[in-house]
Design a protein around this ligand. Structure first.
Ligand code: TYM
Length: 329
């Protein structure tokens, strides 16, 4: 069996972009791959290091979101990054062979430095973000990494670091390949990429009322002023979401309806919300169930942490040996 690994930062709640780009794939893949999924709490610190108080709550909610949507601890290993200290050791060893220029040219390093305002991101930790991410992946000798489109530059770097490691010390870890979903870059309420920092997200934990309050005011094709004006679906972020969440019949129906002024924007939005609800309603019920099970979340992370640590220790042993470092024993 091939192995996959992936993680999500607990920097807030899970949104539909995370679900469509990553989690949905994880849930499908857990049956076929040996799977490691973790909450990347150290990564969350790279941008949220001033006020760290929400992190515990965020970790809890992230885990509830994962389990309620169908990630199954019987089928995959679910753990917390900081529970497996080997991530830090491999991060350190990889940092020795990673040229700073590789990190400085990383596009998300440049983007985020300008986008996330009001925070000093000229830190060592933030620059080293992709090295830690490479450690996360290489530590489990993963063949594939299921992620959204925005992670591809990071993954490319992980491959380069793996190659460098192999060049210096021999074939200790494989070069990981990405696995994308049909929706590798979901757009948000405003037509830009769905992202916490743009405040354009629908969260998987949102109630029906909250979702409608977000979708109802969405701006549609600006040329469609009156109900009787024909619209251009390709200029409409609501249609864009239909393409990701609605079955082909509905997509066809609203496409035609919009062009011929046969359907109004409010009705079109109601259809969309209906299809999003089809995904989220079962998760809401499961969420209640999970929250009622005392100690369950803690057990999941504890069990997962044990399995992950076992694998991680083995890789570290091999890397130390390949690097001619002193062994544990
Ligand atoms: P993060 O926490 O920003 O996002 C988690 C996952 O969601 C995907 N994603 C999207 N997919 C489609 N459309 C969107 N609008 C959208 N927004 C986010 C991301 O691509 C990602 O797959 N660096 C990672 C966390 C990480 C990691 C790792 C991932 C740390 N170590 C090792 C894989 C392997 C991150 O910040 O993802």
């Amino acid at each position: 069996v091939q192995r996959i690994v992936s993680g999500i930062q607990p920097s807030g709640r899970l949104h539909l972009g995370n679900y469509m780009g990553a989690l949905k794939n994880w849930i499908a893949l857990q049956d076929r791959y040996e799977s490691f999924f973790f909450i990347a709490d150290w990564h969350a610190l790279t941008t949220n290091y001033e006020d760290t108080s929400p992190i515990r709550q965020n970790i809890r909610e992230m885990l509830v979101d994962w389990l309620s949507l169908g990630l199954d601890p019987e089928k995959c290993t679910i753990f917390l990054q900081s529970d497996v200290l080997e991530h830090a050791e491999l991060n350190l060893l990889l940092s020795m062979v990673t040229p700073v220029s590789w990190l400085e040219r990383n596009p998300s390093y440049k983007d985020q430095q300008t986008q996330i305002t009001g925070r000093d991101l000229s830190t060592f930790g933030f620059l080293g973000y992709p090295v830690l991410m490479s450690a996360d992946i290489l530590l489990y000798r993963a063949d594939h990494v299921p992620v959204g489109l925005d992670q591809l530059p990071h993954l490319e770097l992980a491959r380069e670091i793996a190659r460098r490691l192999r060049h210096f010390y021999g074939p200790v870890v494989p070069e990981p390949l990405p696995l994308l979903t049909p929706t590798p870059r979901l757009l948000g309420l405003d037509g830009r990429k769905m992202s916490k920092s743009y405040k354009n997200c629908i969260y998987v934990g949102d109630s029906s009322a909250e979702i409608w309050d977000k979708v109802r005011p969405m701006v549609t094709d600006p040329a469609r002023v009156r109900r009787s004006d024909p619209g251009d679906p390709d200029k409409c972020p609501v249609f864009n979401l239909h393409q990701s969440f609605s079955p082909p019949e509905t997509v066809q129906e609203v496409d035609k309806g919009c062009r011929t002024a046969g359907i109004g924007c409010i009705d079109c939005k109601k259809l969309l919300v209906g299809h999003i609800e089809t995904i989220l309603q079962p998760a809401r019920e499961k969420r209640q169930e999970i929250s009622a099970r005392k100690g369950f979340l803690k057990d999941v992370l504890q069990e997962g942490g044990k399995t992950a640590s076992g694998e991680a220790r083995q890789t570290i042993r091999e890397v130390r040996r390949a690097m001619r470092l002193p062994d544990e024993d």
